[in-house]
Design a binder for this molecule. Sequence first.
Ligand code: NCD
Length: 319
Amino acid sequence: MADSQYNFPFRHLLGIEQLSCQDITGILDQAKAFEEVCENPDVKIIPALQKKIVVNLFFENSTRTRNSFEIAEKRLSANVINFDAASSSLSKGETLIDTATNLEAMRPDMIVMRHNAPGAHILMARHVNASIVNAGDGAHEHPTQALLDAYTMREKFGRLDGLKVAIVGDIRNSRVVRSNLWLLTKMGASITLVGPPTLMPLDMKETWPNAVFSYDFDEVIPKMDVLMMLRCQFERGTGMYISSQGEYAKHYQLNMARMEKAKKDAAVLHPGPINRGVEITSEVADGSNSLILRQVTNGVPVRMAVLYLLATGSPGAKD
Ligand code: NCD
């Protein structure tokens, strides 16, 4: 396996906001080396993390991300513990800080954490010596999703610089959009955020002066290399901001009629899980422009790269 010779300068992966272009490229290049491991039937599993204990601490539901991390950890031969939040002492009223200090008392090496409170992983990082990997904190960040999205775009187009990317839908409630905005703007892509005004918070325009905002999906589609569709986050209250799912779909659903207007080689991305028939139709999600399953495949080497680089980072790594 080729090693990218890059040293990750942080002890944790808390978000994309802290990373430089060099860090992002370092992770993506390391992931490319790990893709060869995943695809080679004679290798598949390497001993890189065999002395490490990794705890997967998921307080929010997850299918793809949790399994993807677990497969990545096992491909690196880590010892994996899955913490089931529903059967934990949290359900008996234990605080997150008490959970953290008790976990720390057992000396894990890494904690992969998903929580519905923005910043919960930062609190955890203050109370443990283990490296924390943010696997999604509320509507804030989801760094490994943005990294695997970038990996998938770079794989298809050979670059991120200059790519025209539309991120479409539930801008208000999505953590995927925030991590992608950090990553793609750092890497020189141009971003257009598309969605109904009610799902486009005003502070987004202040925070992201370089992004273009549009309420008109049909007008944006023909110019884009990438159409990244977001899931409507109904569990975070999206239903309150749209008049109906039918009305939403009329203006913002990616369907075959809209794909007719897209560039021939436009890439369609979606982080999953898909609300089929709401933000995207099955014909498009399963169609020839869709890279949705490729994103899932790429998630494994990308997460391997993150875990490996954290485990082998320099001793003086910053928090
Ligand atoms: C995303 C998540 O949970 O933030 N899914 C994922 O991790 N693959 C996106 C979403 O739920 O909309």
